[in-house]
Design a protein around this ligand. Sequence first.
Ligand code: GLN
Length: 490
Amino acid sequence: MSIIEKSACELIEMLGNREISSREVTAAFCDRIEAVDSRVRAFLHYDRDQALRRADEIDHRRSAGQEVGLLAGVPVAIKDILCARGEPTTCGSKMLEHFKAPYDAHVIERLDRAGAVRLGRVNMDEFAMGSSCENSAYQKTANPWDLRRVPGGSSGGSAACVAALEAPLSIGTDTGGSIRQPASLCGIVGLKPTYGRVSRFGLVAYASSLDQIGPMARSVVDAALLLEAIAGHDPRDSTSLPHPVPPYRQSCQQPLPKLRVGVVTDYFGEGLDEEVAVAVKKAIEVYRSLGATIVDVRLPTSAHAIPTYYVVATAEASSNLARYDGVHYGHRAKEYRDLVDMYKRSRGEGFGHEVKRRIMLGTLALSAGRRDAFYNKALQVRRLLRGDYDAAFQQCDVVLGPTSPTAAFKLGEKSDDPLAMYLSDIYTVATNLAGLPGLSLPCGFTKSGLPIGLQLQGPAMAEETLLRAGYMYEQATDWHRQTAPLAGTS
Ligand code: GLN
């Protein structure tokens, strides 16, 4: 097995035993990026020399007998939405084309402290708004399983680079499904942690009450390892939770006797692709054969999750994105008549269509006279949703369903139909509205060879349960061991 096919945990073991150096590991992934990224187009910024210098530093520290961290010498790709001092952070937007972050995000500090080798910055939908990565102002990332198809979004670059073996691990963010849906479409594992589990300090805000940062990897154990490195309290994010960080990497491998799996019957109705439904139902049988108790549960309010999300998220976005005015931040128009004209032109030129659409929607939902009908109503539905989950978790430990209603769709297929695109998130947005953790993992393939994802959601701070339940399933199947062929021409 070549270096790039190994899991992060295997690489860590080999690095620890001095069977291999971080320089060799990093060079192998850099070679892969140079060989395939012109077709996958996951990376926005990539600097081989910088990555190799960092790898040398870790190798040197290790041979000098100094303490090295949890991820010492292992490459990690970063979604281009986390600030890293002196580095570009474009958020997939022309608005931030020339922005260099003046400080490190908490997650970047954590990765650096853990000895990770940051490999580069990967593509995303502009300001994390989208489900296909096609809203990036820079490039369209392809799905490594079929290069004519989308990788999902908004963390499409993070998912595609891991599926294409360009990085063993990546960081994504999830406001309404942006870790789980691309993980599902690219056949990898993605975990959206409980709101507050990972600090958002230094994460460019889209919808602050929903945004979470999380791990993407090719197996549950690797995702657990990366979560262990980035989770934990940070006083700089007032919503960060104080709970201690369990040793996720080890604990996820402990079996879960007496697991109760709740099957969300509301998820198996209209709009769900037949092949996805069949694969997910087979996964239920795998759990049954592993000794889990299967119960039916209802999440009736989830029928309203999409409109609720698109009111709450756009309202918060309209407020968060007000700062990009060409003065505080962002692109400034070259020609303008007066101050107001300068704001208008700067924002008009800097933002793409989807971002503008959402700013307008959110501004409308918050406007005088409409706030009660839209925003306040959405907050009430959000509360009901959380109540649904609380009731469901009286009956089970995790709820199970599909991550996405379909496998990867074709590039361009939904770009002119925002509502069809929004429906890609039908099973994921409620998790964020309720602040809960959700895990997506591979559970099969369509007849045409596209990956299908299974979603497990749990109560707040139940990451360990989700990872253990995911690991159990993964041990009984080999979907996650398949490698994307990089087939088709994009
Ligand atoms: N696809 C969803 C949206 O377009 C979710 C995005 C996200 O989680 N960042 O808003």
